[in-house]
Design a protein around this ligand. Structure first.
Ligand code: ATP
Length: 301
């Protein structure tokens, strides 16, 4: 009989996981392709997050055995602080986020949230404590109100509107003839990258998680949109432990700590000012991006 129930259990788990917001991250984590090799330990307790202190202790990981991607990463993000992760493409930045969400188990070391090893608690409780604003938000072919309410099951209209205001998208929605009932997606209203990101931010405000992962979009935003989004992001980071995976360094200046990842190792860490003084890889990346911004400004004139 238990053999009969196991698949049903699994189905229930998949359903619950999707309901809890994993699908938000389809774009970031390519859920469909992710092998479900992670299982809860027997009688795993739920994660409890009184503060939100996140630690990576000597974390080692490779997607393929014998091909290490992260080679002993130590990170310490005190409750409510912001850590920015920067570094060249392929350095392993997004992999860090996937591991915190426990899409994969580590090959060495451990990750803890408020002292609890994330491999020892239920995945459902871990994932309900973490909010993700992905690079590219997946919207459903439904109303914009539904797309925001998806952040938390049972959210009412007034909570949805409050979240939309917090994400600076309420005015845009109210301008639409059908307001929150406006359909989005293939046959509805097309949203820009910045607007979609704000929908993701509104969802996250509704979910109200103590730990936040922001995977910054790689695509260039115009500087006004970028400025508006920066303000909104700073509003949701307040009071939450935040990991920002950053491509544009202008967005990490305010972080409490910046780590520079290269080929799976932390090569530099410190504040923006300290890293500039160091004149290493971060300073080189900063100067290069500053030059690109200056060239764009000239080209725009
Ligand atoms: P980017 O700035 O381009 O987003 P990143 O620093 O976030 O890069 P990761 O996405 O973490 O880099 O990838 C780190 C390494 O792991 C890369 O060499 C990548 O090819 C490899 N990798 C990523 N995902 C997988 C996967 N699902 N299977 C196998 N290898 C992978």
């Amino acid at each position: 009989l238990s053999q009969l129930f196991r698949p049903l259990d699994l189905l229930g788990m998949v359903y619950r996981t999707i309901r809890q917001g994993v699908i938000d991250m389809g774009a970031m984590f390519d859920l469909i392709d992710t092998p479900s090799e992670v299982v809860d330990v027997a009688n795993a307790p739920s994660l409890t997050v009184p503060n939100g202190h996140v630690r990576f202790e000597n974390v080692r990981f490779g997607y393929d055995p014998g091909m290490p991607i992260l080679k002993g990463i130590d990170l310490d993000i005190p409750a409510g602080k912001t850590l920015a992760v920067v570094g060249p493409s392929g350095a392993g930045k997004s992999t860090l986020a996937r591991l915190l969400y426990r899409f994969y188990d580590l090959t060495g070391g451990r990750i803890t949230v408020d002292g609890q090893d994330i491999a020892q608690v239920t995945q459902a409780s871990l994932r309900s404590a973490i909010g993700i604003v992905p690079q590219d938000t997946v919207l459903f072919n439904d109303t914009i109100g539904y797309n925001i309410a998806y952040g938390r099951e049972g959210a009412g209209r007034s909570e949805v509107e409050k979240a939309a205001r917090g994400a600076a998208i309420a005015a845009f929605i109210e301008r639409q003839p059908q307001g929150y009932d406006t359909r989005v997606g293939e046959r509805g209203l097309k949203l820009s990258g910045g607007e979609k990101q704000r929908v993701a931010i509104a969802r996250t405000l509704l979910k109200n998680p103590p730990v936040l992962i922001l995977d910054e979009a790689t695509s260039a935003l115009d500087s006004r949109t970028e400025g508006e989004i920066l303000d909104t992001l700073q509003a949701i980071e307040r009071g939450r432990t935040t990991i920002v995976i950053a491509h544009r360094l202008s967005t990490v200046v305010h972080a409490d700590e910046i780590v520079v990842l290269e080929a799976g190792q932390v090569v530099e860490r410190g504040s923006h000012a300290a890293l500039l003084r160091k004149d290493g890889l971060y300073a080189e990346m900063w100067n290069r991006q500053a030059q690109e911004r200056a060239e764009e400004a000239v080209a725009a004139e």
